[in-house]
Design a protein around this ligand. Structure first.
Ligand code: NAD
Ligand code: MG
Length: 407
């Protein structure tokens, strides 16, 4: 199985780097644009994309003099054209246009579309052998069975942008694969870390959206509250670095200062630390294999004073345990885990289910999927997308009974 190389293959950094940002108007997009803004002499923006936010996209396109922009909503093409009137920025709309943005010849692509919708565009960038900074963890969760192999075949370099995986990527450079005993990813524990199970069950949307450390998009913030995000990240780590589930540990670390650690055979544990600010891992991906000047606040450990750690509680956060189950089942089970979770989070936002029912819907969907004999290896994007669609349908069909059931 292919994986991110453990040691940086150093290549000479060449002058101006052309970059594309998929999901430029989101939280990761914002952090990426902030870094690009700080060094206009180093980066030429090739393409930028958004889902529906035409005004935000057009503003960025003009500021960075992008060559091409695309909006996912096909109904917004004329609005986008009008917003770009008087410029020579080309544009498109619809899913195909987002893929076209990824296909354009940028050296470096930030894959930061939210959800499984990010898979096809990320693969388009991978297939032309680009450096792909991967924030979209759903790509690996849905299609990990072939994503890394496809990247290896195309000569693409996957740069982990998720903070925990970026930490592992940096720490892994301290040793060789056969010297690694395990990796440890940290979890803040989210807003419900100290809550009783009965209170978590009834948590409101506003409570779930109050993340203690990180400022992120809505979906990932809810996933952090349920610890489904950590589950997705366990799966992401497994595919990225070709690790078995037993080689991946999670530790709750409420301060979010240590992002990831690698334990080697000599019992050395190498960690990466930093302020909880996504601009740090993104800066690492942007500069790789060199380092650029970051934009996050410097880390002041004396001011922080105490770093604490605790074991994750699978009973109160069953979504994390389900990720290990999905990983062990393989054959599309992680795709089902992700799809059911996306349906569950949307249902929670729409106030159709209680917070506690998110994990129950994921568990029930995974069980029904396996009972129906649907597990099968995935070998291409269409396989992954078909499983994603069918699992969403199954989760949607199970939703009313989960919504009606008391915990
Ligand atoms: P977000 O919701 O803030 O932004 C998502 C971006 O994707 C926006 O630009 C939006 O316009 C675009 N988008 C949404 N749906 C789309 C669709 N169907 N087609 C095309 N474009 C679409 O999300 P975010 O927090 O920036 O997260 C983006 C990805 O990065 C997610 O996969 C998330 O798990 C991952 N990630 C985020 C963080 C973080 O701190 N925000 C950290 C680690 C990983
Ligand atoms: Mg993360």
């Amino acid at each position: 199985m292919s994986a991110v190389p453990l040691r940086n293959a150093r290549v000479a950094a060449s002058g101006v780097r052309s970059v594309s940002v998929l999901g430029a108007t989101g939280s990761i997009g914002d952090s990426t644009m902030d870094l690009l803004r700080a060094s206009p002499e180093r980066y030429q923006v090739e393409a930028l994309t958004a889902n529906t936010n035409v005004a935000g996209l057009a503003k960025l396109a003009k500021e960075f003099n992008a060559r091409f922009v695309a909006v996912a909503d096909p109904a917004r093409l004329s609005e986008l054209r009008a917003a770009l009137a008087g410029t020579d920025i080309a544009c498109g709309a619809g899913e195909g246009a987002i893929v076209e943005a990824a296909e354009r010849p940028a050296d470096w692509v930030m894959a930061a579309v939210a959800g499984a919708a990010g898979l096809k565009p990320a693969l388009a960038a991978v297939d032309r052998g680009a450096h792909v900074a991967l924030a979209n963890k759903e790509c690996l969760v849905c299609a990990g069975e072939f994503f890394m192999d496809r990247a290896a075949k195309a000569g693409a370099t996957i740069l982990p942008a998720d903070s925990e995986h970026n930490a592992l990527f940096q720490a892994l450079a301290s040793g060789n694969r056969d010297e690694l005993t395990k990796v440890i990813i940290t979890a803040s524990g989210g807003p419900f870390r100290t809550w009783a199970a009965a209170d978590i069950e009834q948590a409101t949307l506003a409570q779930a959206l109050k993340h203690p450390n990180w400022s992120m998009g809505q979906k990932i913030t809810i996933d952090s509250a349920s610890m489904m995000n950590k589950g997705l990240e366990v799966i992401e780590a497994s595919w990225l670095f070709a690790l078995s589930p037993d080689e991946i540990d999670v530790v709750v670390h409420p301060q979010s200062i240590i992002h990831g650690m690698v334990e080697f055979s000599d019992r050395s544990v190498v960690a990466q630390l930093g302020s909880p600010d996504m601009r740090t891992p993104i800066a690492h991906c942007l500069g790789w294999p060199d380092r650029i000047v970051g934009r996050a606040a410097p880390l002041d450990l004396a001011k922080i004073g105490t770093l604490t750690f605790e074991a994750p509680d699978y009973a109160r956060f069953p979504g994390l345990k389900l990720a290990y189950d999905a990983l062990r089942a393989g054959n599309g089970a992680t795709t089902v885990y992700n799809a059911a979770n996306e349906i569950a989070v949307a249902a929670f936002i729409a106030q159709r289910i209680r917070f506690g029912a998110i994990a129950r819907l994921v568990e029930e969907t995974m069980n029904s999927w396996i009972r129906a004999g649907n597990l099968a290896p995935l070998s291409c994007a269409d396989d992954a997308i078909a499983v994603d669609h069918n699992a969403r349908d199954m989760a949607a069909a199970l939703l009313p009974q989960i919504a009606a059931k008391a915990s």
